[in-house]
Design a protein around this ligand. Structure first.
Ligand SMILES: *Cc1c(COP(=O)(O)O)cnc(C)c1O
Length: 236
């Protein structure tokens, strides 16, 4: 059977990323099972996403609600988990709670309250991560490091959502050693929050690391790495 080059590429690249994750975990004495790959499929068509799933992808990460909904409907696969990783507008919260098993990007009480409201309507307890703007960049989403603990405390009182950890998008794209301090800082922050023993809050997950820096993120404690380009190629 003739296979097209693009899908073969996805399979090979997916395997390569999995191997690199395993290698990075083992090299720093971590259980490779403690790191999960979120295959970032924003702007990628359903056929390519399907190929990634056939290659073994278990978690897909999407940035846009409408785009994700179309793909999820087109693929209708039961054992795949879909994560929302982009900036979530409050008016999209009601769709997000129906579509996603984990929302990585909660950075305000207002957004958390909307998620809580719509999760309640479908009797769901929505798992979320709190996105932290760890470098304090003016242009990035995320709560500041200083305000993160208070935000977590506030959100923890909402009944229909539960905080599972933290997420960050550091600066210095493709310069792994310049991002290391930011990954380390997110881990420290997660330890500080854990020490507060806030009811209804787990600090089990650290979502950090992308194509250019996921190995460094794993060395610094990532449990979820979000990788798109290394699997699907450059986005157009
Ligand atoms: C696009 C995106 C990624 C994946 O980035 P790559 O460099 O393509 O691996 C990860 N996280 C978020 C939040 C993204 O928007």
């Amino acid at each position: 059977m003739l296979r097209d080059k693009m899908t073969d590429n996805i399979r090979d690249r997916f395997q390569e990323v999995m191997d690199r994750i395993r290698g990075a975990a083992q090299a720093c004495g971590r259980d490779p099972e403690s790191v999960r790959l979120v295959v970032v499929s924003k702007t990628v068509g359903a056929d390519s996403v399907k190929e990634a799933i056939l290659s073994g992808a278990k978690i897909l990460g999407e940035n846009y609600v409408q785009e994700a909904r179309d793909k999820i409907n087109a693929l209708s696969l039961s054992d795949i988990s879909w994560h929302f990783i982009g900036h979530l507008q409050t008016n999209k919260a009601k769709y997000a709670v129906r579509l996603f098993d984990l929302i990585h990007s909660v950075d305000s009480f207002k957004l958390a309250r909307e998620i809580d409201k719509y999760a309640g309507k479908i009797a769901k307890c929505q798992p979320v991560l709190v996105q932290v703007n760890i470098a304090g960049e003016a242009t990035k989403s995320g709560i500041s490091e200083e305000k993160a603990v208070n935000l977590v405390k506030e959100i923890s009182r909402l009944e229909n959502l539960s905080i599972k950890g933290l997420m960050t998008m550091p600066p210095f794209f493709n310069a792994p050693d310049r991002v290391r301090p930011f990954f380390a800082a997110l881990k420290v922050l997660s330890g500080l929050i854990r020490a507060e023993q806030i009811p209804n809050v787990e600090m089990a997950e650290l979502s950090m690391g992308m194509t250019g820096d996921f190995e460094v993120a794993i060395e610094e404690g990532a449990t979820l790495v979000r990788v798109g380009t290394a699997i699907f190629g450059e986005r157009s």
